[in-house]
Design a protein around this ligand. Structure first.
Ligand SMILES: [Ca+2]
Ligand SMILES: [Ca+2]
Length: 95
């Protein structure tokens, strides 16, 4: 993860957000989508972690994450072990 360049990381987050995470394509990520993204259903802490990430990154407290909110707090997502973010980014490296 440490080898990821910041600009590249932000760009990748942006693209992956649009193509992958925002499953209902409304331009926001809600808690459900965050949960789907961060972990398989059997992962015990997925719900708590999703709530935590949404709470921390949701600067206007509308319970939805916009691209701007996610990019603003991208280090939170990258730093979360639950999201396995480095691996997720690597997987989408072709974008
Ligand atoms: Ca959505
Ligand atoms: Ca928000």
């Amino acid at each position: 993860m440490c080898i990821l360049n910041k600009n590249k990381t932000l760009k990748t987050i942006y693209i992956v957000f649009l193509r992958v995470w925002d499953t209902n394509k409304d331009g926001f990520m809600d808690e459900h989508e965050v949960k789907e993204w961060i972990a398989p259903p059997e992962f015990d802490h997925a719900e708590a972690e999703a709530r935590h990430l949404v709470f921390e990154a949701d600067s206007d407290a509308d319970e939805k994450l916009t691209k701007a909110e996610i990019l603003d707090k991208y280090d939170l997502f990258v730093g979360s072990q639950a999201t396995d973010f480095g691996e997720a980014l690597a997987r989408h490296d072709e974008f």
